[in-house]
Design a protein around this ligand. Structure first.
Ligand code: AMP
Ligand code: GLY
Length: 423
């Protein structure tokens, strides 16, 4: 079986690694991949956003399954284009991917479906948005409607902040067309959790809970990043919450989409805020989370290939997904300066020594191979990941592995999963 994985980050290395360990031993290709995927798959020199290039490769090479990692090609409709060519693809159609591609669309679906979410209004006019904000008061949240690489959410503590946020999104077009429409939303307070579910159009199978760490520095301070680490399970998601997550969030969302003639296949990711008033959906994503996937997939006891294939075929069932009892922690090692400007091309040492430790696997993100050495090539460089019998054991193992790895100006948080440990 030939599988193409689209993307080149830590999430895609984790997906490729899990597929490589499946009993069907698929032949794996990664576009574009990184130095980590190169060890277990054939990297193809086509970018994840180059839909035409990917289609051309797939037409010639006929993968039995294509797994799409990032949101950009999904929102651009890559699943539709591949399906039209008779290629099996894991990921939602362009229309279904609007759940991530347009926050206004997702809000509309949530409102119609009765999914709990922050009260909000949608605007294209800066003045109208501002008068709404003056009426509601601060803190308040301004969000660009479209894809903004995780940077389109601005939490405004004062009306002056909101004026700046609106000026940069609607007027200065900081996020391009993605910010032509904005959502102004009530500011929620609570702990966040990521819920990933496999969906085959009908059946929904939830994956283990996880939590991401978005801020760059310890204690959740500093600018937002793509994610500095993750752990699974997230004990803040207690067993008694799962029926509610299904009944209030996942089931009604998939049902409402169906009502609109949209069949959802792939991963539906619900970003939850657990508030005093109950769970609220902050956002939906149309794909596996990054870095959540690096902490979730190592815990998956069952094979991944049949579950993904079943999502495509419409034959998904609960028994296809089983879990190891272990907890998992993934610590991101990033380039110094990230998420601001940073240098690339730093030699990475100690990868083998790290992976010799029990339960440890190092997922690559921004890495490439250069004259026989692995060097840094991006902001987030590695997801140093460890399984352990509980979260505290996994944290210790992950940080022992981090201690083995060196590259110039490496930075990482030392408090991944710390918040969960007292639980
Ligand atoms: P999103 O891209 O919608 O997930 O937003 C990114 C991050 O912004 C979330 O993970 C939250 O930390 C924060 N955020 C988004 N919406 C809200 C909200 N309504 N209230 C408070 N924080 C929010
Ligand atoms: N970890 C957040 C995301 O994947 O969007």
């Amino acid at each position: 079986m030939k599988i193409l994985v689209i993307g080149g980050g830590g999430r895609e290395h984790a997906i490729t690694w899990k597929l490589a360990n499946d009993s069907c031993k698929p032949e794996l290709f990664c576009a574009p991949g990184n130095a980590g995927t190169a060890r277990i798959a054939t990297n193809i020199d086509v970018g994840a956003e180059d839909c035409n290039g990917l289609l051309e490769w797939a037409r010639t090479n006929r993968p039995d399954l294509t797994v799409v990692g990032p949101e950009v090609p999904l929102c651009a409709g890559i699943a539709d284009v591949f399906a039209a060519e008779g290629l099996a693809v894991f990921g939602p159609s362009g229309e279904a991917a609007q759940m991530e591609g347009s926050k206004a669309f997702a809000k509309d679906v949530m409102t119609a479906a009765g999914v709990p979410t922050a009260a909000s209004e949608t605007f294209t006019d800066a003045e109208a948005a501002l008068s709404y904000i003056r009426e509601k008061g601060t803190p308040i949240v301004v969000k660009a409607d479209g894809l903004a690489a995780g940077k389109g959410v601005i939490i405004c503590e004062t009306v002056a902040d909101a004026e700046k946020a609106i000026a940069s999104t609607i007027l200065d077009k900081t996020f391009g067309d993605a910010g032509a429409t904005i959502i102004v939303e009530e500011c929620l307070v609570g702990e966040e959790a990521s819920i990933l579910a496999l969906v085959d159009g009908e059946t929904i199978v939830t994956l283990a809970s996880s939590q991401d760490h978005k801020r760059v520095f310890n204690g959740d301070v500093g600018p937002n990043t793509g994610g500095m680490g993750a752990y699974s399970p997230a004990p803040v998601v207690t067993d008694d919450m799962w029926p509610e997550i299904r009944a209030q969030v996942l089931d009604p969302t998939i049902r409402e989409l169906k009502k609109r003639g949209i069949t959802y296949k792939g991963v539906l990711y619900a970003g939850l805020m657990l508030t005093e008033a109950g769970m609220m959906v902050l956002e939906f994503n149309c794909r596996f989370g990054d870095p959540e996937t690096q902490a979730v997939l190592p815990r998956l006891g069952s094979d991944l290939t049949p579950a993904l294939q079943a999502c495509v075929d419409g034959t998904l069932s609960e028994e296809m997904v089983t879990w190891k009892p272990d907890a998992c922690v993934s610590v991101v090692m990033a380039s110094g300066g990230y998420p601001g400007p940073y240098e690339k091309g730093k030699t990475i040492e100690g990868l083998d020594a790290a992976e010799e430790l029990e339960g440890v696997v190092v997922f690559h993100a921004g890495t490439k191979e250069e004259t026989g050495e692995v060097v840094t090539s991006g902001g987030r460089v590695l997801g140093v990941t460890a399984l352990g019998r509980d979260l505290s054991t996994a944290v210790d193992a992950a940080y022992s592995a981090v201690a083995q790895i060196r590259f110039d100006q490496a930075q990482y948080r030392t408090d991944i999963a710390a918040r969960a440990l007292p639980r």
